[in-house]
Ligand binder design. Structure first.
Ligand SMILES: C[S@@+](CC[C@H](N)C(=O)[O-])C[C@H]1O[C@@H](n2cnc3c(N)ncnc32)[C@H](O)[C@@H]1O
Length: 340
């Protein structure tokens, strides 16, 4: 039996971590220029890929080699690169595609504020606002091209997460489900497909709701689902018996998150339920994706990932009682709450 590989020495571990920026940017280049889409039909050399994507072949080769070493591509002796299961997620046309996310993390609106993490940690203020002078969602509302990539990224994430949510939670008691901040409706449309008796409303900022309308039509669900534009700090649509908030509360500090929850509280009927879908931070210090996402929230939007106890307190402040946290087989928890 081969002996287990020795762990890499500390300097090698730290080198990989410190130069994480190179990995993020290399992935973003591959995503931005559609390299994985060019590999969908089979392996290609860097020269072939560079010709197809209009890139410098020598430099593209170096990017692909670096990512092959990390398991994004497999390379053969003829210098051809092929997609691994990890690299396959950088294609545009796969469920749960991460192409848009990998692209937008290096768009200036997302990348530049990270350069001021130090300032953010020093003064406790979100770097995004200091960089651009407004909140991230106000900014995206004025920059449709960047917003389109962000919205596509959210759809890709939702496609990844939806199966786990559907396996974990029984939506059959609900007749009308309102997805507050539902983006282009990826989660709600999957729920409605699985539960033909249910109807739904995707509620988001007006320009995002317009995109949701197209997605609803494309899914053939216009008879049971509609999109509505509005501001969830002001009001959310009435008439739901389940209100879903997925990756909404983590975008905001406690005061702003409480305002959103109070708007839901004003609309929800006494027997209604609220489902907050987030990466609930587990106790302890073991690796968990919520810890990294928490930093993204810190830099971009003054939000945070929260523990179960923090959700309990937050919900109580808005007139809800946390009933239970339903685990999924993914990194998310389903925080179920009832109005009190
Ligand atoms: C992180 S995304 C989550 C989208 C979706 N729930 C998902 O999980 O993919 C946050 C969403 O909140 C929406 N949003 C931000 N501010 C809003 C506001 N004031 N009113 C309504 N929606 C808003 C954004 O447009 C975006 O779609």
């Amino acid at each position: 039996m081969p002996s287990p590989a020795a762990p890499p020495p500390p300097d090698a571990v730290l080198f990989q971590m410190v130069f994480g920026k190179a990995v993020t940017q290399a992935l973003s280049v591959v995503a931005r220029f559609g390299v994985a889409d060019h590999l969908a039909a089979g392996p290609k050399t860097a020269d072939e890929l560079a010709a197809a994507a209009g890139l410098n072949p020598g430099h593209l080769y170096r990017v692909l080699r670096a990512l092959a070493g990390l398991g994004v591509f497999a390379a053969d002796d003829a210098g051809r690169f092929a997609l691994t299961p990890v690299g396959n997620l950088l294609r545009s046309d796969v469920p749960g595609s991460m192409r848009a996310v990998a692209t937008y993390v290096c768009d200036p609106w997302s990348w530049t504020p990270w350069g001021d993490l130090a300032g953010c940690v020093r003064d406790g203020r979100p770097a995004f606002e200091k960089t651009f002078g407004e909140g991230v969602f106000d900014y995206l509302g004025k920059h449709p091209d960047e917003a389109a990539t962000f919205d596509a990224g959210m759809t890709g994430f939702s496609q990844q997460e939806t199966a786990a949510v559907l396996r974990a939670y029984d939506f059959s008691p609900y007749r009308t489900i309102v997805d507050v901040g539902g983006g282009h409706g990826a989660l709600l449309l999957s729920i409605l497909k699985a539960y033909p008796a249910a109807r739904g409303v995707v509620y988001d900022a007006p320009q995002v709701a317009a995109g949701a309308t197209g997605a609803i039509r494309a899914a053939g669900l216009a008879d049971r689902c509609r999109a509505e534009g509005g501001d969830f700090f002001t009001a959310v649509p009435p008439g739901g018996d389940l209100y879903v908030l997925k990756h909404i509360i983590h975008d905001w500090n406690d005061a702003r998150a409480t305002a959103i929850l109070k708007a839901v509280r004003a609309a929800i009927p006494p027997a209604g339920k609220l489902l907050v879908v987030e990466m609930v931070v587990p106790s302890g210090f073991g690796p968990h994706p919520s810890h990294v996402l928490d930093l993204e929230m810190m830099v971009l939007c003054d939000g945070k990932e929260r523990t179960e106890a923090e959700y309990r307190d937050l919900l109580a402040g808005a007139g809800f009682r946390l009933a239970r946290v339903v685990p999924t087989d993914g990194p998310h928890g389903l925080v179920e709450a009832i109005p009190v």
